[in-house]
Design a protein around this ligand. Structure first.
Ligand SMILES: Cc1cc2nc3c(=O)[nH]c(=O)nc-3n(C[C@H](O)[C@H](O)[C@H](O)COP(=O)(O)OP(=O)(O)OC[C@H]3O[C@@H](n4cnc5c(N)ncnc54)[C@H](O)[C@@H]3O)c2cc1C
Length: 350
């Protein structure tokens, strides 16, 4: 019994040592190949990159951080990680609130921060953007061309995560998910090969990347369809607790029959502490893709409720997504959960 226990303990020790060596080797070999692009704990870059997460629940302890600055760097890095069996995680804008989805204990964190290509095609129909950006970088850049894209509804969200996850966006009722608006991907595959995926080229990969998240390769460039946009009519409309029944009814009715594709809403019921009690308010982000029309009919059920706050106005996408971005608090212990409400009638759903 005793010797069997020793045997198990020894094999556990060997497995731990092998794993530690492989991890150290991954960092060491990466450092040999990229002496200025690999960072260790207590260096300024490591501390900066290892704090670039939306939620504190994502903060972990990687052994080193690799910051590539081209598709070729990513390709060489992936080959090294494959050869050294180095476990790694990838982080774009850091907004995926699931522990371990974008960071790693002991392994290698590959941070996309320096993959920062951004350009608009000569015909202005396509934005090429690297995974180092957030939409708070993209919207102001596109504004100078009178353009936008169907990206995140809050500026601070990263480009790669939302485009690979699907992407609920203000233009969804006109053009579909954000992923539907990507025309071409540049991708580094698991064997280090750099390929392009379009509707015609590597069509299966093109299909899989539209919702496949980080499972099919590291995307080093997205080419997205642009949308002409100077200003939109949008803002946050807030109502007091006593009007919540009308607010919920307006939400249910809008969701069950969206009649105007130029519109989009993001409704929320928000708890507000008041002394020893908690009150609730209703706040809805209203978006209408027009720089001439105000108070469209499709929002009447909301905007006819007396408000305690109303920021609806004509604004650029940059102004609007800065406003919505400020409504969410980063660096607290948030986690993502999802649920489904089942019901066939309005009363059941409520
Ligand atoms: C405040 C807030 C607002 C949000 N608003 C919206 C919204 O309006 N619409 C919507 O649809 N979603 C929204 N989301 C969800 C958001 O789209 C996802 O969390 C998304 O993953 C964030 O992208 P990121 O690049 O910031 O995330 P990250 O956490 O950096 O990455 C997300 C995932 O993608 C992987 N990944 C990152 N870069 C690459 C790459 N180059 N190649 C391959 N894989 C990669 C990561 O490993 C990780 O698994 C929101 C989230 C938050 C916290």
């Amino acid at each position: 019994m005793k010797s069997a226990f020793r045997l198990v303990a020894l094999s556990t020790l060997l497995a731990t040592l092998t794993a530690t060596t492989a991890r150290r080797d991954g960092c060491t070999v990466l450092t040999q190949r990229f002496p200025t692009k690999v960072f260790y704990p207590s260096s300024d870059v490591f501390e900066y990159e290892n704090a670039e997460f939306w939620s504190n629940t994502q903060l972990l302890d990687p052994a080193c951080i690799f910051r590539p600055s081209s598709a070729k760097d990513v390709s060489d890095g992936i080959r090294i990680l494959d050869a050294t069996s180095g476990k790694f995680a990838i982080r774009g804008g850091g907004h995926m609130g699931i522990k371990g989805a974008n960071n790693i204990d002991d392994g290698i964190l590959m941070a996309m921060s320096n993959l920062t290509h951004m350009s608009v095609s000569a015909d202005k129909k396509t934005l090429s953007v690297g995974p180092g950006y957030r939409f708070s970088d993209v919207y102001p850049y596109l504004q100078q061309y009178g353009l936008t894209v169907g990206g995140a509804r809050l500026g601070p969200v990263g480009v790669p995560g939302i485009l690979l996850a699907g992407g609920i966006n203000f233009y969804g009722n006109q053009f579909g998910f954000s992923a539907d608006q990507v025309k071409r991907y540049e991708v580094v595959l698991a064997n280090g090969e750099i390929v392009e995926a379009t509707e015609k080229k590597n069509a299966d990969l093109f299909w899989a990347l539209k919702g496949g998240s980080s499972n099919f390769g590291v995307v080093t460039r997205f080419d997205m369809k642009t949308i002409p946009s100077k200003k939109v009519w949008a803002g946050i409309y807030t109502v007091a607790q006593q009007y919540l029944p009308q607010f919920l009814e307006a939400t249910a009715n809008y969701s069950s029959a969206i009649t105007d594709p130029l519109s989009h809403i993001v409704p929320a019921v928000i708890p507000v502490p008041s002394g020893s009690e908690i009150n609730y308010i209703g706040a809805v982000i209203l978006f209408y893709d027009s720089n001439t029309l105000t108070y469209p009919r499709c929002f009447e059920a909301f905007t006819s409720i007396p408000n305690i706050g109303n920021t609806l106005d004509f604004k650029t996408m940059d102004e609007f997504t800065t406003e919505t971005g400020a409504a969410v608090v980063p660096h607290i212990n948030d986690i993502f959960v999802s649920g489904t409400v089942v019901g066939k009638t309005y009363d059941q759903l409520l």
